[in-house]
Design a protein around this ligand. Structure first.
Ligand code: GDD
Ligand code: MG
Length: 351
């Protein structure tokens, strides 16, 4: 089975991290998102993956080229962003009679065979996966009848007006025929264009809801942190790189932890991390390779990419730090935000 993965977006809501790193390459518990995603596709029987790319395609393609993969890859790079539907139409020459389409920023365990089963039973043109969320206003909200046939698709409805909390999970199964409804060579959205149009022409458009499987769109800083923590806490049942030296504490090679440091699970420390005297790391901390947490510093509920240095007595809570950030001693870093790669943080907020 074939899959088209949309990875051409700018990752705007993850800036400044995504100024140099595409959203698909951000690490989730120290493994690049796209690596986890391709593992998921392969485990679900996908044998040919087409990547629809635009913004910063090279880091993704270069990473995948090094991967020992079972699936065949194709890469398409858009000259200008074509939006979700335009990107699918642009891949027409490579697409087979039936194929899956994925938003390439969703960490999930939704089983594809269940979607295929419903698709075949209903004789659908398009079948989409749904997942429940607390606040549907940021997503595509979907209403179905008792038979699972889609009755309404409303992209990002105003707050409190959403008719359901079941949203588009960004996983679709298409019959090739649907491509005739998408205009060629121009930006076009499946969410705002194709899906409302399928309802207008009464096409067999079905949905299947997954209530028990893990699902999270990693595209916002808050959700990016959550995805990392869910992997650490095993809420998202996915591999963790490193060795579990005590329950909930995973470490890479050559990690040095002072006997007076406190490492509170769940925590993941990448290769070569150094945790100095009196420092506190965790609960809920992911440190990339070669991160140093200096004397008496605190890192909690945060994700630090490789090479970061946290100065003495500094405090980092609910932050994402891009690679090689350096925090000066005694700084209490402003929480609930991301810092770009290579930033030097010299001032924070009162402790
Ligand atoms: N190739 C290509 N070209 N890919 C694109 C483009 C483009 O012009 N624009 C966006 N993408 C990719 C993004 O990289 C991402 O993987 C996917 O399309 C969805 O774009 P987002 O920008 O992340 O959309 P969203 O999260 O606001 O909403 C979408 O996902 C929700 C589920 O997470 C919609 O599909 C919603 O309906 C859905 O509920
Ligand atoms: Mg998204």
């Amino acid at each position: 089975m074939q899959a088209l993965v949309l990875v051409g977006g700018f990752g705007t809501r993850l800036r400044p991290l995504t100024y140099h790193v595409p959203k698909a390459m951000v690490p989730i518990a120290n493994i690049p998102f796209i690596e986890r995603f391709v593992d998921y596709l392969e485990a679900n029987g996908i044998t040919h993956i087409i990547f629809a790319m635009g913004y910063l395609p090279d880091p993704i393609a270069n990473h995948l080229a090094k991967r020992n993969s079972k699936a065949k890859y194709d890469f398409i790079v858009e000259e200008q962003p074509l939006d979700t539907g335009g990107a699918i139409k642009n891949a027409e020459a490579l697409l087979s009679d039936r194929f899956f389409v994925f938003n390439g920023d969703v960490l999930t365990t939704i089983p594809l065979r269940e979607i295929l089963k419903v698709h075949e039973q209903k004789g659908a043109l398009v079948t989409i996966a749904l997942t429940p969320v607390d606040d549907p206003s940021r997503y595509g909200v979907v209403v179905t009848d008792e038979d699972g046939r889609v009755q309404a698709f409303i992209e990002k409805p105003p707050k409190e007006t959403a008719p359901s909390n079941l949203i588009n999970a960004g996983i679709y199964l298409y019959e090739r025929e649907v491509l005739k409804h998408i205009p060629a060579g121009q930006p076009y959205s499946v969410e705002r264009g194709l899906y409302p149009k399928l309802l207008e022409v009464d096409a067999p458009f079905y949905a299947v809801a997954f209530h028990d499987d893990y699902w999270l769109d990693i595209g916002k800083v808050e959700h990016y942190l959550q995805a990392n923590f869910d992997v650490l806490s095993r809420k998202a049942p996915m591999p963790i790189a490193g060795k579990e030296i005590q329950q909930g504490v995973w470490v890479g090679k050559g990690v040095e932890i002072s006997s007076t440091a406190k490492v509170s699970p769940p925590v993941l420390l990448g290769d070569g991390c150094v945790i100095e005297d009196g420092a506190t790391v965790g609960p809920f901390a992911v440190l990339g390779n070669r991160v140093t947490v200096k004397r008496n510093a605190i890192v909690r509920e945060s994700v630090l990419w490789e090479g970061c240095i946290v100065g003495e007595e500094a405090i980092v809570t609910r932050c994402v730090l891009g690679s090689h950030c350096e925090i000066e001693a005694n700084v209490n870093v402003e929480p609930d935000r991301a810092y770009g790669c290579g930033e030097r943080i010299t001032a924070g907020v009162p402790a």
